[in-house]
Design a protein around this ligand. Structure first.
Ligand code: BGC
Length: 717
């Protein structure tokens, strides 16, 4: 399609339509009758709606076809269909925080490709994913959408997601949309939509790299955040949008706002009215307004007044037309929408097996005193708890995933050990406010007559995700009671944890013999849990986010600065140190942590040289040995510390990792190249460069590792 020619033939009304997105409700048959609902609330007329160029939140190929067919009766440019497909469309794989914990980019790429295929068949053109906001505060419900707290891990995962979704943009791919630019994850106190106030240094140093990685991977679209940067809503933030995203990074794809964010600038206290809001968003470089219609209402006036130029509008329209063209919509406005094919592909054996493998690789073994794995010769198993026999383990944003298609833990175990007596009792509910212990007696009776108990605890899936911030990261009291009562009558209790965020489960850690964190594992969660519990698969996930010892530690993350008065880590109380008087600084489980059914030893770090000059690199190597009795994956993690610099540096920063499989007794050499770029950081003038001085290289199994060696980056001559 000659989109420039098309643009030159378009009326202003048509152009404006391309820059607005409304929910599918507005277009579905009969929506016109919904005058009292969304139409009235938004004060938008049928005529205005008729030219809107894109929609979101529709479900299914047939709905899409219906809307598109009707739309094309009065429009010559096909409509664009967008949807949030964060961790699967019909087949649901683990939540992104879990995928991060796989430390396995191939798994993430594969899951994203599978999700894209189902979504494309469901009529989706653009996926509002990856969500790459760095997250340090588990109180924030949206941590489940990210791959965690580390800039490097987030960047490699974000890249893998874009590659998986977009592929070569063939029929089974969708365009990806990176969100939420930028630093939405820094909402104060973990309260969703709250103020963000990060310095430029923090933004550069920690928050930006994952967004940038998606630009480098060729992402087609970006979504801005609801929040502020430097006192200005991102929706109108020229520094971020024009300066960094378009300017420094050269992104020329479509930029869309978040839901109703243009109008919300008035609530922020940034503009007096919606006309000003529209003008601010447009001048900052926003192309498309999501779920509000200020562009429709005011663009014509703004052009007439000269506060917005038609040339800028044209540029935005052209970007939207290019996206539609890249997707092939001008040739086939229905693109890949095919309900029958979707039925064949969704939940196919292949997709279920991808989802199962991903759930297995995402799970993190947090504690094990030798209880796990259970023997397959087990005679009887009690599967107990609010998550034991429910499909509600898909997690928030489970899109078209259905609970009834999900393998429950109970089903998974029954299938794996068909000769055992496997019984189930719910015990209590997962809801935050549930105090009903009515089911505990039945659960205790079941535990008493069983050889082992799989106790499925955690949060309700609806308690993490957007809008679900928490003040308290403990498990609900009723779940502790269930644990305690069941443990009194059975000494073989393994806890399976289901959660969308790190939880402060110190109490559980103290007395449980084994804890396996499944996150929200998706459609095949029950099969994955069974395979892990019975040792068919050896756990290999590592935490993508620190688990706090108590909620008051949040935000807590491993790559913090040292402070001038760090507290010794020996559990004693020290006056006038950076610490709490009523608890530890140490988290419950650090970033990168996760056990295995085998054990590994890592030799002392060997460096190829003790000093390098600028532009040179060195090799850091270790020998990793499987010292246990079964094969397993080790995630060998490389961290670097710059001991002193003109701006203080974090105590450790992840710079690389390798996931390797070793049979029992097997050993392998693992090497990392340490190059100048890994030593670089942002200086006060915003420039990124390494500084001469002393560095420490750590190689170990988690961010707590002290296995290290020092080297020097010599002064420039
Ligand atoms: C969320 C976005 C999402 C959008 C559309 C917003 O509330 O913040 O992440 O893509 O809704 O569903």
């Amino acid at each position: 399609m000659d989109i420039k020619k098309l643009l030159s033939e378009m009326t202003l009304k048509e152009k404006i339509g391309q820059l607005v997105q409304l929910g599918a409700k507005f277009f579905a048959d009969g929506a016109g009758a919904d005058e009292t609902g969304p139409l009235a609330q938004m004060n938008v007329t049928e005529e205005e709606i008729a030219c809107v160029g894109s929609t979101l939140n529709f479900m299914g190929a047939d709905v899409m076809r219906g809307i598109q067919t009707k739309y094309l009766k009065t429009n010559r440019i096909p409509m664009l269909f967008m949807q949030d497909v964060l961790h699967g469309y019909r087949t649901i794989y683990p939540i992104p925080l879990g995928l991060g914990a796989s430390f396995d980019t191939e798994t993430v790429r594969e899951c994203s490709a599978m999700a894209a295929k189902e979504a494309a068949l469901g009529g989706v053109h653009v996926n509002f994913s990856p969500m790459v906001d760095l997250a340090r505060d588990a109180r924030w419900g949206r941590v489940m959408e990210t791959t965690g707290e580390d800039p490097y891990l987030n960047s490699v995962m974000a890249k893998a997601m874009v590659e998986g979704f977009q592929g070569d943009m063939g029929r089974y791919n969708v365009a990806a949309c990176t969100k939420h630019f930028a630093a939405y994850g820094a909402v104060e106190a973990g309260r969703d939509y709250n103020t963000v106030d990060v310095s430029r240094r923090t933004l550069n140093e920690f928050y930006l790299s994952a967004y940038k990685a998606t630009v480098d991977a060729g992402v087609k679209m970006f979504m801005t955040a609801f929040t502020l940067f430097d006192g200005i809503p991102v929706t109108a933030n020229k520094e971020l949008i024009c300066g960094i995203l378009r300017g420094q990074w050269g992104f020329d794809g479509v930029i869309i706002t978040d839901y109703n964010a243009v109008r919300e600038m008035k609530t922020h206290g940034y503009v007096p009215d919606y006309k000003c809001a529209a003008q601010s968003a447009l001048s900052a470089g926003i192309d498309v307004e999501m779920m509000s219609v200020t562009f429709i209402k005011y663009i014509e006036d703004l052009i007439k007044e000269g506060s917005v130029s038609e040339a800028d509008i044209d540029r935005s329209v052209l970007r939207v037309l290019k996206l539609k063209d890249d997707l092939g919509l001008f040739e086939n406005p229905f693109r890949s929408a095919d309900a029958d094919e979707l039925e064949r592909v969704a939940l196919s054996e292949e997709h279920r097996s991808i989802a199962c493998g991903a759930a297995e690789r995402s799970a993190v073994l947090l504690k094990n005193d030798g209880l796990l794995p259970f023997s397959e010769d087990i005679k009887s198993v009690a599967v107990i708890g609010p998550h034991a026999n429910t499909g509600e383990i898909l997690g928030f944003w489970h899109c078209g995933g259905r609970f009834e298609d999900t393998v429950t833990v109970y089903d998974g175990i029954k299938k794996l050990v068909p000769n055992a007596r496997v019984e189930y009792a719910e015990g209590c509910l997962a809801m935050l406010d549930s105090t009903d212990g009515g089911g505990i007696a039945e659960a205790v009776a079941l535990a008493k007559r069983s050889e082992a108990v799989v106790l499925c605890l955690g949060e309700h899936w609806g308690d993490s995700g957007e809008g679900n911030s928490k003040l308290n990261l403990e498990l609900p009291e009723i779940q502790y009671r269930l644990f305690e009562e069941v443990s009194k009558v059975n000494s073989n209790v393994a806890v399976l944890l289901f959660t969308g965020r790190p939880l402060a489960i110190g109490r559980l850690d103290k007395s449980a013999r084994a804890i396996l964190n499944m996150w929200f594992p998706g459609t095949e969660g029950g099969s994955a849990a069974a395979n892990l519990l019975f040792g068919k698969v050896n756990p290999s996930g590592k935490l993508s986010m620190t688990f706090p010892a108590c909620t008051g530690q949040c935000p807590i993350y491993y790559n913090h600065f040292n402070t001038s008065r760090p507290r010794p880590d020996d559990g004693r109380r020290y006056a006038y140190t950076s610490s709490y008087i009523d608890g530890p600084n140490r988290p419950l489980y650090p970033f990168g942590f996760g056990l295995s059914y085998t054990s590994f030893s890592i030799s002392a770090v060997k460096l190829s040289v003790k000093a390098i000059s600028f532009g040179r690199s060195l090799t850091a190597s270790v020998t990793v040995k499987n010292t246990g009795y079964r094969g397993g994956h080790a995630v060998v993690q490389l961290y670097i510390r710059d001991k002193y610099a003109s701006c203080v540096r974090p105590v450790k920063e992840l710079k690389g990792f390798k996931k390797i499989y070793l049979n029992s007794g097997e050993e392998a050499a693992v090497e990392f190249t340490v190059c100048e770029d890994m030593l670089a950081f942002y200086h006060s003038d915003g420039k990124r460069a390494a500084e001469a001085g002393e560095f420490t290289v750590f190689i170990g199994e988690d961010s707590d590792t002290e296995n290290c060696a020092d080297f020097i980056l010599t002064e420039r001559l």
